[in-house]
Unconditional design. Structure first.
Ligand SMILES: [Zn+2]
Length: 255
């Protein structure tokens, strides 16, 4: 049943002075890489750990939104394919069975398996630095991303949120359950903060699934997680919140 809440207003945080894309990016996602450069650099930094295209499988979770496709395509090109973990908002709902399926597809010619996980929710930022807004080819009006998170903000502003598992809206209802399990019903932030909360949930879910399905003594793996940002002129950026490898059971930072 829908839960009645007090109407909650949400607003985009506005720093002093005129906003633009770069200011918003630098303020909230400092050090973000151009999308293709990130994929190249992240691959380059794994080679000293013995993790490379010929002996590893890439596993990717991004939002289902088609504007995430260039990022996915670049990973496919760089890693010679990728197992798709994606759901709405980049959440990980494939579970133990999905993780095991991906792992069983990894190269193991040398007797060892290696996995590279990419887990990135997304957000758009327009020319004026407004979070959520983006242009889509063939559509006249301004569009938005991530639509799944914006829908939750909209429902929250109206004071009605259902936390039931909706069989006709599985991914979105699971997303709400996970978000409100972490935040509480009265703690709806703005879109930027909600995106970062989502990223933390995705990271926690990823690490729980790794714990359940990976033996770090016999398997090496890398984790890249953060936020994909869609900027003006259809240019994407990647902000890395955390990156590390686990080689021979030892965790080490990369990037
Ligand atoms: Zn989305």
């Amino acid at each position: 049943m829908p839960m009645l809440l007090s109407p909650i207003s949400f607003s985009v945080e506005t720093p002093p002075g005129p906003l633009n894309f770069q200011k918003t990016l630098d303020r909230h996602f400092p050090g973000a890489y151009p999308c293709d450069a990130f994929v190249d650099i992240s691959s380059f930094h794994l080679r000293p750990f013995g993790i490379e295209k010929k002996n590893s499988i890439a596993c990717v979770s991004v939002c289902r939104d088609e504007i995430t496709t260039p990022f996915m395509n670049k990973i496919h090109h760089t890693w010679d394919g990728a197992f798709d973990f994606s759901s709405l908002a980049g959440m990980l709902y494939l579970g133990v069975t999905g993780f095991q399926a991906a792992h069983h597809h990894a190269p193991n010619d040398d007797g060892k398996e290696r996995y590279v996980y990419f887990a990135f929710p997304h957000i758009a930022i327009d020319e004026q630095g407004i979070p959520g807004n983006c242009r889509r080819s063939g559509r006249q009006a301004m569009s938005q991303a991530c639509g799944a998170l914006l829908k939750i903000l909209e429902e929250s502003s109206q004071g009605i949120i259902s936390l039931d598992l909706d069989q006709d809206d599985l991914e979105q209802s699971l997303l709400k359950q996970r978000l409100f399990g972490k935040m509480g019903l009265a703690e709806i932030p703005d879109l930027l903060s909600l995106t970062k909360v989502t990223q933390q949930i995705i990271k926690n879910d990823l690490e729980r699934m790794i714990h359940l399905t990976v033996n770090p003594i016999t398997t090496d793996y890398a984790v890249y997680t953060g936020v994909q940002i869609h900027g003006p002129a259809h240019k994407d950026w990647i902000w890395v919140e955390e990156s590390y490898v686990v080689v021979d059971g030892v965790k080490k930072p990369v990037l």
